[in-house]
Design a protein around this ligand. Structure first.
Ligand code: SAH
Length: 399
């Protein structure tokens, strides 16, 4: 990867951080995500669904709750962007099976948007318990097709654009943080983009430089920007526009969870290898690269086509979804001390503000009617503002 990048920079000049990130993570031949399993204790980082089954279960409940609230459509697609090992979908599907009587007349299909060959193989094993062959027809946007253990059809795509534009629920957990960001530094001469160049002192080392003049990507910076360093992720904007467009036309909802901020942070670009921070320019292709998600940018990119809820902290979302009750039920079910310990540790990792409870945020996109329909009714009956009608974004109320 380093040789490839050096060759590229030598032939066309310094590259943007976005181009660097894209090459390092998803270059079809040598990209970090393409040919390895980096998730879990043995890997480079661990995610909430890999920590505790409760995470996926509560998200499963969220989708069912939205499906009921929107009128129990006769069919829906569950679309996941960047499904990792498929663990989250596996936990969601278990909830769907447990609530089978509710969903029995609903035609459900799964649609996975994944660029990694290796991870799509693992997802297929998790969900279908068998190896799923690659589709023969190279022209088809579906590159793998299978059926889950419970008989639900599942298709794999490389791009969200290729997923059928049907009534869908969308899920993106730790997906937006791996999309490439452009970085800009404020200078006395105005905004200058940060680029990756070869270190003139050491021929096989990379370094950051500032572009000598304005670059086209500068158009992404807001006119009233007050920070002196900004990261912008245009690809995230494209995905949000696509999701918003789809939800406004066909209904459904999107649930986005990631670590991030609301347009306040500056330099968050970093690498992870073996659960430790890793210099982003060293040994490219061997470590994960990530940048905090700017939720204010995501909301702006929905361009008012849908209503957005959040971002709210993971600890609040999961508590609103009933994680405390779920923990108690699971603890009551087992006497095995190691299982109980595992459940409590998982809960602590997900909820503790010093761990994942505060840094991770949830954002939902729903059709405008989903909020307005209910508000009209409620306002007619009571004068005080009603709690959010969307599960997870308001306190849990027992009825
Ligand atoms: N959601 C999972 C995995 C997060 S890691 C979890 O929470 O455990 C990021 C995932 O996004 C991986 O599956 C990776 O292969 C995938 N990915 C990265 N870039 C992508 C892109 N441009 N399009 C689709 N998937 C991508």
């Amino acid at each position: 990867m380093l040789r490839h990048l050096i060759y590229k920079i030598k032939s066309t000049g310094p590259i943007t951080v976005a181009e660097y990130m894209k090459e390092v993570l998803t270059n079809p031949a040598k990209g970090y995500y393409m040919n390895r399993d980096m998730l879990g204790e043995e890997g480079d980082f661990i995610t909430s669904p890999e920590i505790s089954q409760m995470f996926g279960e509560l998200l499963g409940i969220w989708f069912i709750s939205e499906w009921i609230a929107a009128g129990k459509n006769a069919a829906f697609q569950l679309v996941e962007l960047g499904p990792g090992k498929g663990t989250l979908l596996g936990d969601i599907l278990r909830v769907f099976s447990q609530l089978g009587s509710l969903l029995k007349n609903c035609d459900i299909s799964l649609h996975l948007v994944e660029v990694s060959q290796k991870l799509s193989e693992i997802q297929a094993l998790t969900l279908t318990e068998e190896k799923v062959p690659l589709e023969r027809n190279a022209e088809s946007p579906v590159y793998m097709k299978g059926v889950t253990k419970s008989g639900i059809p599942v298709s794999w795509y490389r791009d969200l654009q290729d997923v059928p534009k049907e009534y869908s629920f969308y899920l993106a957990h730790e997906f937006f943080d791996v999309l490439p960001v452009h970085k800009f530094q404020k200078t006395p001469h105005g905004w200058r983009e940060v680029l990756v160049d070869i270190d003139p002192q050491v021929s096989d080392k990379l370094r950051f430089v500032l572009a000598p003049c304005a670059t086209p990507a500068e158009a992404f910076i807001q006119n009233d920007e007050t920070r002196d360093h900004v990261e912008v992720c245009p690809e995230a904007g494209v995905v949000i526009q696509e999701l918003s467009q789809r939800i406004s036309l066909t209904g459904g909802a999107a649930l986005i969870a990631d670590y991030g901020h609301d347009g306040t942070k500056t330099d968050t670009f970093r690498g992870f290898c073996g659960h430790r921070l890793h210099d982003v320019l060293t040994a490219p292709g061997t470590a994960d690269l990530t940048a905090d998600v700017d939720f204010s940018y995501l909301r702006r990119m929905s361009q008012g086509k849908v209503a957005s809820l959040g971002p709210i902290e993971q600890q609040t979302f999961l508590r609103n979804m009933g994680i405390d009750v779920r923990l108690k039920i699971l603890l009551d079910k087992t006497d095995d001390p190691s299982l109980r310990q595992q459940l409590l540790q998982g809960y602590n990792m997900l909820m503790n503000p010093m761990k994942m409870g505060e840094r991770f945020n949830f954002l939902a996109l729903v059709p405008h009617q989903r909020l307005h329909g209910r508000n009209h009714q409620t306002n007619a009956r009571q004068s005080k503002p009603s709690p959010s009608p969307v599960a997870g974004f308001g306190e849990l109320a027992w009825q």
